[in-house]
Design a protein around this ligand. Structure first.
Ligand code: ZN
Length: 193
């Protein structure tokens, strides 16, 4: 019995040391590794350019209503999100899952799963809430936006992470760009500091 618990303890300690070592490796790598520029031409974010995607006043009014409801503690429903989401081609916002443009419009990429689209839209909507003073306690926008969206759409979060990793693997010129680049993005969303 004593032997088993000692073995078990050593096993858990090894796992923790292993995980810490991986995190330290990723932290150092993502700080110092410079990814060689890929040979793809630079791409533009078309969705926030009103010459390509015109501003929809009805959607902006709905977002305004959702901000007011949230101020009263009412969480937006899926039907609410359906009214404000703009689903667009990934090529029109390369490198992004979603975006809240300066004019207040919310876009999500079409190659996300259904739950992923709700997760990303809720994340972007939280940015609108924060900008409008709904959550004054928040110290890190990205972290707060992700946590608010994860609570409502946990499956969408997992599907979005997997889909982002798949895209990053396809687009990265080297394995290290993929590894450290993905970590750099991932850590902004899950660590509050
Ligand atoms: Zn964000």
């Amino acid at each position: 019995m004593k032997r088993t618990s000692k073995l078990l303890r050593n096993f858990f300690i090894s796992i923790i040391v292993f995980i810490v070592a991986i995190i330290v490796f990723l932290e150092i790598g993502s700080k110092y590794y410079k990814c060689p520029i890929s040979d793809q031409p630079p791409q533009n974010i078309f969705v926030c350019d009103s010459n390509y995607y015109s501003v929809n006043q009805r959607k902006l009014q709905t977002i305004q209503r959702l901000i007011e409801l949230k101020q009263q503690g009412i969480e937006p429903s899926r039907e609410d999100l359906d009214q404000v989401i703009n689903v667009v081609k990934y090529e029109d916002m390369p490198g992004l899952n979603g975006v809240l443009c300066g004019d207040g419009m919310i876009f999500v990429r079409d190659s996300l799963s259904n739950e992923g689209k709700y997760f990303v839209a809720r994340h972007e909507l939280e940015h609108a809430f924060i900008h409008n003073g709904v959550d004054t306690e928040c110290e890190n926008d990205e972290y707060c936006a992700t946590m608010s969206a994860v609570k409502v759409y946990p499956i969408g979060f997992v599907e979005t992470v997997l889909s982002s990793l798949y895209l990053a693997a396809k687009e990265s010129p080297t394995i290290w760009c993929f590894l450290f680049g993905s970590w750099r993005i991932f850590r902004t969303y899950i660590f509050p500091w």
